[in-house]
Design a protein around this ligand. Structure first.
Ligand code: LIP
Length: 263
């Protein structure tokens, strides 16, 4: 299957998954469990949506691999791995904040540090926006071609996120302090996939966050790259909480310099 066909499959499933997530939200959200901390939650809808996505992918692409936030890994024989966050922005979703997205990507390879993302879709069901990309085919919002911004004359509009572990917050706030001198303002939306889609669409100039999981960034990273930007995960001092950067090549270089190389 060509990347464009994989993209179209991701779009179809992401739309169906988004409709299910919205329906469950209207019916009322049930907390299913907590993960790394009391703040790190999973809802019954997260699990149900991922189960639906996994079943649709198994029917369409039975030999492909799978990596999902809620149900983990499933081996494949084709060398392709579907990487799924059923509801990115789970805390927003559970709290009734309408900023969450279904993120579905497919990569060649199984190792997030070495795979090549071939196609992806990030669907925001509340505002009915479908961001998608296929490698070599560009990034789109619906049928509109996306491009990252290349300059920030009024200061860069940046976005970031914070982990669920309060012991990491002081360090993350210090990181914010290092980049604010070039920023116009800072947004904290609560969904990495949405933040990356907004960078691809030029709504944000750049994004930085530590400690994302592959399913948070897989689809959004391709959106940014196919929109003419860069998504990088430079090695830094914090083991286990890799820094993720997205934006134009110039802004990513500036962010990396200020965050990692500014004493
Ligand atoms: C979320 C990310 C967000 C991050 C949150 C959380 P989830 O993913 O999209 O950027 O700041 O801590 O990791 O848990 O909602 O799928």
């Amino acid at each position: 299957m060509a990347p464009a066909e994989l993209r179209d499959l991701a779009i179809d499933i992401a739309r169906e998954a988004g409709e299910l997530a919205r329906r469950r939200r209207r019916e009322g959200v049930a907390l299913a469990a907590t993960k790394s901390s009391l703040a790190d939650i999973v809802t019954e809808a997260d699990r149900e949506v991922e189960t639906m996505i996994r079943a649709r992918l198994a029917a369409a692409r039975p030999q492909d691999g799978f990596l999902g936030e809620e149900s983990g890994e499933g081996g494949g024989t084709t060398g392709l791995t579907w990487v799924v966050d059923p509801i990115d922005g789970t805390v927003n979703y559970a709290s009734g904040i309408p900023l969450y997205a279904v993120s579905i990507a497919v990569a060649e390879g199984t190792d997030p540090e070495r795979w090549t993302v071939l196609a992806g879709a990030v669907h925001s069901p509340v505002v009915d926006e479908m961001f998608s990309a296929a490698r070599g085919e560009g990034a789109r919002l619906g049928s509109e071609t996306l491009r990252v911004t290349q300059d920030w004359p009024a200061g860069a509009l940046l976005s970031t996120g914070f982990g669920y572990d309060p012991s990491t917050h002081a360090g993350d706030l210090a990181t914010v302090g290092r980049v604010m001198p070039i920023a116009r303002d800072l947004r904290r939306g609560g969904s990495a996939a949405t933040d990356l889609a907004y960078v691809a669409a030029g709504r944000l100039d750049g994004y930085f966050e530590r400690g994302l999981q592959p399913w948070d960034y897989a689809a959004g990273s391709l959106l940014v790259e196919e929109a003419g930007g860069r998504f990088v995960r430079p090695e830094g001092p914090e083991v286990g909480r890799r820094l993720n950067l997205a934006g134009s090549a110039r802004l990513v270089a500036e962010l990396e310099q200020r965050i990692l190389h500014n004493p």
